[in-house]
Design a protein around this ligand. Sequence first.
Ligand code: SF4
Length: 464
Amino acid sequence: MTENAEYIKSISNLLVARYPNGARAYIRTYGCQQNVSDGEKMKGFALQMGYTLTDSADDADFVLYNTCAVRENAEDRVFGNLGALKHNKEKNPGMIIAICGCMVQQEHIAQKIKQSYPHVDLIFGTHLLGEFPRLVFEVLSNAKRVLDLSEQQTDIPENLPVKREGTLKAWIPIMYGCDNFCTYCIVPYVRGREKSRKSEHIVKEFTELVHQGYKEITLLGQNVNSYGKGLEENITFPQLLDKLATIPGDFRIRFMTSHPKDATHELIDVMQKHDKICKHFHLPVQCGSDEILKRMNRHYDTTQYLELIDYARSKMPDISFTSDIIVGFPGETRKDFEGTLELIKRVEYDSLYTFIYSPRVGTIAASMPDPISAQEKSAWFRELLDVQNKIGPKRLKKYEGNTYRVLVESKAKEDGCVTGRTDTNMVVNIPGGEELIGQFVTVKIKHARNCALDGELVIGAAGK
Ligand code: SF4
């Protein structure tokens, strides 16, 4: 029996004794898909331990917040929720309150929680996912607080239990960590150095998901393009993608997140080669000023970035691009910002994830001079949204009259309609019943609204 299996068995015995009517766990994840994927594994462990999952902290005997550190407001929300749990503990003294993830991997945050939130029993970092049963057992059996931010893991733990959110779309992390140290980003400090999973484990997990009927599988990594670095086997991300796309079955593949400095023509060629690879490329540019890109330590300039965009469009004219933009990086001038406006007009993204710069303790940019006022940054931010809000609908218009292959995901808000996405990740509403959910259907687009498309089913024809 594995060590984890031993801990899990002991925990379930303790729970049966402590909660004869059953114990409930509430696991809440904040942040990116990688965190969601970690959360699915901790839910898998909780079920094996004998907890049932609840979606309310108020009737839980075990509460776990799986946190994010990318922006300050995410952290503030967690502190607020942690504070509120003090009352739950007064009503249910035997309950366990735990917190993990990127936010607490920051030593100063972990110490703050240890000192200021005595009702929190367990604080553990991002490198201890595979040791979750040991940590819970220590708290449950010794009734003592545990704080563990160690990074002693060598290999990525495999074959962890997973309680996936749905039965249609699934996430597969292919690597963890990041070596890029963009000057504004906390991720390398909280997620550690890049580690890739062996491709045999990824192919096995992927094939199992296809056999279980999953229709859309997203490959995850902070920088999927550097997949394979440090592995004994000589494999790159385009080669892994090529391998997965040849697996038999009716599914499609997405991937995120790509770093432009490592995105290659080979990757774009593999995307073009396989219909199963979605023609959507999320390629965070962050800024349209070469001077600022240098100070962000992004290792590409706008010329290199636009060359990638143009190459991809020469191979796949209908490819969809989305990106991340940071407005108000320390020292950014009006001229730099106008560079960003010019770039988004040049690329014409289908949509953008836009943020006002948020200083993160411990990052290089946090100590850079930052003369531009918050008001001015907000004004630039609104200006950027105004520009993008004209581009998005214009891009959507191009879908009208064409037919597309759509994966139907759920009931739509409108009665008698269902909703799904094209492989370019556009939302489509279609008249039709719930029996269509989980199917790939062909849809003719009738009308483009601001952020979604209206279409009708086309029986017997193949769409784009
Ligand atoms: S590539 Fe840059 S922005 Fe992305 S996770 Fe790594 S350090 Fe952060």
